[in-house]
Design a protein around this ligand. Structure first.
Ligand code: NAD
Length: 325
C-alpha cells in the first residue's frame, strides 16, 4: 500500500481511538457479564487468588480453583460458597509440572466444561541477592511464575479460539515492568509472563479472534503472605495495597476487557521514566522510592524449597478434585 495512504489511515485510526479513550474517561465502559462463565484461578488457595475467587463467585461465575495447597484451596471453596458461589470445583494441581497441568486440565474439561476465563495467578518468590539464589529456586521460579502460563494457555486456549470467546489473565507484577533489588529471578519470570501474554494478545488480534481477550496485571506490593514484612518508604507515593481492593480492580479490568493494568495506576509513568531518564537520574529516583530497602525483609526468609530440602522429603499431594455444588 502507498506509504502516504497507509500513514493517513493509521493517523486517522490513532486519533479516533485516542478520542474514544477520552470518552471512556467520562462515560464508564460497558462491563461484560460473567454469570455462568467458567473461571479457572491458579494459586487460588490463598491471598489474591482467594479474593478473586470470592469476587467472581459473587458475580455468578462457575469457579475452578487450582492450588498445590489442598487445605488452602478447601478454605477458598468454603469462602466462595459462603459468598454466594453456586458451583465450585477445587483441584490440587502443581502448575510447575507440565504433565500435571495437562492431566488436571483434561479432568476439568470432563467434569466442569471448557474454561472461558483463565487467571494465571500462582506465584512464588525467593527474595535473595542474585548470587545467593539457589539454582533450583531460579528454575522453580521460572516453572511456577512463567512456564506454567504456557501449559495452561495451551490447555485451555484452543477451546476459546474455537468458540471465539474467552479471556486470558496474567497476574504479573510491578517487578515485571522494572527490575527490583533482591528479585532478579522473580522479576525475570514476571517480565516473561508479561511478554508471553502480550505476544498472545497480538497473535489473537491478528487472527481476528478479537473475542478472546487478554489482561495483564502489574501490581506493586499487596498485603498477602508473599511479601510479608516488606516495607514501602513513602506509603503516600507507593502504598502497600489491600488485597480486596486489588482483587476488585482486577475483576473490573477483566469485565472492561482492559489489556494492561498497573496498581497504583501511575506505575506506567515510572516504567516509562527508566527509558527516558539518564542512568544516574533513574538510580536516584529508584533509591528515593526505596528500591534498596523494600524487599529487605525477604533476605532472612527461608523459601519453602529450602525448608523442604533441610527436612525430610514431603510427599506430594495427589491430583484430585473436590467438587462443591
Ligand atoms: N503479594 C504481592 O505483593 C504481589 C505483588 C505483585 C504481584 N503479585 C502476584 O500475585 C500472585 C498471587 O500472589 P499472592 O500475593 O496472593 O501470594 P500467595 O503466596 O498468598 O499466593 C500464591 C498461591 O500460589 C500457590 N502456588 C505456589 N506454587 C504453586 C504451584 N506450583 N502450583 C499451584 N499453586 C501454587 C500457593 O500455594 C498460594 O496459594 C502471584 O503471581 C504474585 O507474584 C503479588
Amino acid at each position: 500500500m502507498d506509504a502516504i495512504l497507509d500513514t493517513s489511515i493509521f493517523l486517522g485510526k490513532f486519533l479516533y481511538f485516542f478520542l474514544e479513550s477520552l470518552v471512556y474517561k467520562i462515560i464508564p465502559k460497558r462491563k461484560k457479564t460473567v454469570a455462568g462463565e467458567i473461571v479457572l484461578i491458579t494459586g487460588a488457595g490463598s491471598g489474591l487468588g482467594r479474593q478473586l475467587a470470592i469476587q467472581f463467585a459473587g458475580l455468578g461465575a462457575i469457579l475452578v480453583l487450582w492450588d498445590i495447597n489442598e487445605e488452602g484451596n478447601r478454605e477458598t471453596s468454603r469462602l466462595v460458597k459462603e459468598n454466594g458461589g453456586v458451583k465450585v470445583f477445587a483441584y490440587v494441581c502443581d502448575c510447575s509440572d507440565r504433565q500435571e497441568v495437562y492431566s488436571v486440565a483434561k479432568q476439568v474439561k470432563k467434569e466442569v466444561g471448557d474454561v472461558t476465563i483463565l487467571i494465571n495467578n500462582a506465584g512464588i518468590v525467593t527474595g535473595k541477592q542474585f548470587l545467593d539464589i539457589p539454582d533450583n529456586m531460579v528454575e522453580k521460579s521460572f516453572l511456577v511464575n512463567a512456564l506454567s502460563h504456557f501449559w495452561t494457555y495451551k490447555a485451555f486456549l484452543p477451546a476459546m479460539i474455537t468458540a471465539n470467546h474467552g479471556h486470558l489473565v496474567c497476574i504479573s507484577s510491578a517487578a515485571g515492568l522494572c527490575g527490583i533489588n533482591r528479585l532478579s529471578d522473580y522479576s525475570a519470570t514476571k517480565f516473561a509472563a508479561c511478554g508471553t501474554a502480550e505476544s498472545l494478545f497480538f497473535e489473537l488480534s491478528l487472527q481476528r479472534k478479537s473475542e478472546v481477550k487478554t489482561t495483564i496485571i502489574c501490581p506493586y506490593l499487596i498485603k498477602t503472605t508473599m511479601f510479608e514484612g516488606c516495607e514501602t518508604k513513602y506509603p503516600f507515593l507507593l502504598p502497600i495495597l489491600d488485597v480486596k481492593f486489588v482483587a476488585q480492580k482486577i475483576v473490573n479490568a477483566i469485565l472492561e476487557e482492559e489489556l494492561y493494568v498497573t496498581f497504583p495506576k501511575y506505575l506506567y509513568v515510572l516504567q516509562s521514566m527508566k527509558l527516558l531518564l539518564s542512568t544516574k537520574m533513574f538510580l536516584a529516583l529508584a533509591l528515593y522510592l526505596g528500591v534498596d530497602t523494600c524487599t529487605a525483609a525477604l533476605e532472612e526468609r527461608k523459601t519453602a524449597e529450602e525448608i523442604h530440602t533441610e527436612t525430610e522429603e514431603i510427599p506430594k499431594a495427589q491430583s484430585s478434585s473436590v467438587v462443591m455444588q
